[in-house]
Every structure is written in C-alpha cells, then in structure tokens.
Write a protein that binds this ligand. Structure first.
Ligand code: PEP
Ligand code: MN
Length: 396
C-alpha cells in the first residue's frame, strides 16, 4: 500500500472502485501517480481548516453557503479572465445573499479540480451520431466527438494538477480585503482516486486532501462500504455527500456516523439532490432520522441533478420551474424540522448560455437552446443563477 493510500484510511485500490477510467497504460499511470505524490500540495492544511471553521458557522445557523460552478470544468478555461468571471459571479451571489438576509454567505467554487465526471452510461452519441465512449472530464479524456479523443490518458491527471494550480492562483488573489468567512474556497467531486490518493498529505497526525479545500462524494460512489467513502473518512477536510433518490434514511444516518463520528462542527455537508417532487416525500424522514440518530451535518440543496430531462433524443436540459420548486420545498422541509437550510449547490456559469430552460410551453415543440456550450450537464446562466438564489433567500 502506498503511503498516500495508507494515509487515506487504507481505501481500496482504485481499480476495484466504481466510476474509475480504464487508463489502459499501467506504466504511465504509475509514473503519473508517483509524480503527483511528489508535487507540492495544491492547498494548505491551514486553508482547509479555515473553510471548516466557516462551515461550522453555517452549521450553527450564523452563516449561509453557496457552492457553485461548472458541471465539468475545462482545462482551457483556467486563465485569469475566465476564472475572474467565475469568481465575480460567486462573490456577486454571496453578496446578494448577505444583503437579503443579514447573514454572511460562504462562497465555495466548483473550481480548480472539477475535472472528473461520473457517468450513468458508458457510451454517448459522437459527432457523427454513432456511439463513442462517454466524456469523463478533462482529467480523463477529451469531449471531442471522435472515438480516439475519448481514450483515457493518465497524463491528463498532471494537466489537471497544473490547471488547478493556475486557478488557485487567481482564487487566492481574490481574497485580499475579504473577511476569511467570505473568501472563495475551492471544491470538486473526489471521484478519481488516482488523483486524490497521491495528493493526500499528512499534517501532524491528520491526513488531508491537498487537491482542494473541500471535496464531495457523488451520488454514484457514495456506497457506505465503498472506497470513496473510505477515502473521505480518512481525510480531515470538510467533505460533502450527494444524496439522490435511492438514499434511505438508514443509509444517511450511517454515512453521517462514518464521516463525522466525533460530530466535528463544519466537517460534513449533505448535498440533497432529490428532485422537485421527491424532495417533499423523501426528505422529511431523512432529516428526521439523521437528526435523531445520526451525527451533525450541514444541509445543502442541489436543485440541479434531480431535475434533468432530455429533449427527445437531443440534449439534456433542466426546467427553471422544477429547480425553483425544489429550492422552496427544501427550505420548507428543513424549517418544519427546525434545521438550518444552509444554502445551495448550483451548476452555473457567468457565460450567456441557454442550457436550462425557463418555460417549457406545452405543445410549443422542443425549446431552442442556441447557446448550449456545456461539456456535461446544463448550467444556469448568470440571470438564472441570480433568480434561484433570490428564490432561496425570499423563502428563508
Ligand atoms: C455533479 O455534481 O456534477 C454530479 C455528477 O452530481 P451527482 O453525483 O449528484 O449526480
Ligand atoms: Mn453535473
């Protein structure tokens, strides 16, 4: 077992874990993971601890949280201009939340590492309409429409590190003059264990993920007995877990105990993504059971991933009505149980895209999506993101 693997609580070997690419070149992969293990940490333990303190304030009900950014971050968008625009969007939205509620809002980007994507289907439609292996994020393959572009390439893990480092430079530059609670921190899904495990570092007695201030475990990899949860259990960072419709209250309780056994404030965030309908039927019992039998968690609403629809055989989209409905229902369920509805987890971009649709008019035919640019899931554009945040603070 490598030192990094041991540090991360002895997580299973990446090759037996779900949603890992078939890298195809074991020697190159070994060289890449060795290189990653020898590189400086991308974030410091002190920065991670500061984020945990900020999230502890959220847990106490004295602050809100907004996590947001691309579904799939692109390497080519790591420059100062693109990153600056993403940070401005994040800061603008958290400033709005503070103005509307009087509570500070902690900004957390899906940024500087959101380069690995879990996929439900191993194939998707390529440029010529024929099936090609699915795009799995810039850290794995290219979204270009030909089959050759989809071959997983281990050396992309090193590009992921380099791009994350560039992005973090801009993020740190944005901290000047801001209260520690209101500085953007970065986060991504801890999906690719060949990236996360070599970047796990030891600081004193604690191991921490040095790839981001916080990481989350996705809906497809949150098996309480699986290697991703074991990895998250072995690091000191604030961690998130996505909770989709297949979650049971008992599983949620178990995850809270596994990931926050000592009830450390600011350690664990449950990111609820049940969809506009199921959030009403499923969430009350989940919140009730975790409150009674589990350990402390922060409750965040991801109103995106449970509300995805496909237009015929065409692109995926998300209706704004469903997104707004889930936000409202989430807040009401939490408030009914006297829990703090801590905030939102959004897929969003400052670009003027048309990926989520505003009003699917009956009988009007499929809505036009002229500026559909996402490499993976449909994102909110600037106006739509502001509308979702506005609905959240109004219903609070
Ligand atoms: C995502 O956040 O892009 C994602 C894949 O989410 P989930 O794991 O909730 O499906
Ligand atoms: Mn997504």
């Amino acid at each position: 077992m490598s030192p990094a693997t041991a540090a991360a609580g002895g997580a299973a070997h990446p090759r037996t874990a779900p949603q890992q690419p078939d890298w195809g070149d074991p020697e190159l992969l070994a060289e890449v993971t060795r290189t990653l293990a020898g590189l400086p940490p991308l974030v410091t333990r002190a920065e991670c601890a500061r984020l945990t303190e900020a999230v502890a304030e959220v847990e106490r009900g004295r602050a809100l949280l907004l996590q947001g950014g691309d579904c799939a971050e692109r390497f080519r968008e790591s420059g100062p201009e693109q990153v600056g625009a993403k940070l401005l969007q994040l800061y603008g939205l958290t400033a709005g939340m503070r103005a509307a509620t009087g509570l500070p809002a902690v900004p957390v980007g899906r940024l500087a590492g959101q380069y690995g994507k879990p996929r439900s289907a191993p194939y998707e439609r390529g440029a010529d309409g024929r099936p090609v292996p699915a795009y799995r994020g810039d850290a794995v393959n290219s979204p270009a429409g030909d089959a050759a572009a989809r071959d997983p390439d281990p050396s992309r893990l090193l590009r992921a590190y380099a791009c994350a480092d560039r992005v973090l430079h801009e993020v740190r530059g944005s901290w000047r003059g801001r209260d520690p609670l209101e500085r953007a921190y970065v986060s991504h899904e801890a999906l690719l264990l060949d990236y996360e495990q070599p970047l796990t570092r030891r600081d004193g007695t604690a191991a921490y993920a040095s790839s981001a201030h916080s990481v989350w475990i996705g809906e497809r990899t949150r098996d309480p007995g699986g290697p991703h949860v074991a990895f998250a259990a072995g690091i000191a960072n604030t961690v998130g877990v996505k909770l989709g419709p297949s979650i049971t209250p008992a599983q949620a309780v178990r995850l809270s105990r596994l990931l926050n056994p000592d009830g450390r404030p600011g350690r664990l965030v449950f990111v609820v993504r049940l969809g506009a309908t199921k959030v009403r039927t499923l969430l009350p019992e989940i919140v009730g059971e975790v409150t009674r039998r589990g350990t402390p968690v922060v409750w965040l609403c991801d109103p995106m991933h449970g509300n995805t629809v496909r237009l015929g055989s065409g692109p995926k989209t998300r209706p704004m009505e469903a997104i707004l409905e889930e936000v409202v229902a989430f807040v009401r369920v939490l408030q009914a149980q006297r829990r703090h509805p801590a905030g939102l987890h959004l897929e969003m971009t400052p670009q003027d895209v048309t990926e989520c649709v505003t009003a699917p008019r009956p009988h009007a035919g499929p809505p036009a999506l002229p500026r559909y640019r996402t490499a993976c899931d449909p994102r909110l554009n600037a106006g739509q993101a502001a509308e979702v945040v506005d609905r959240f603070v109004r219903v609070l």
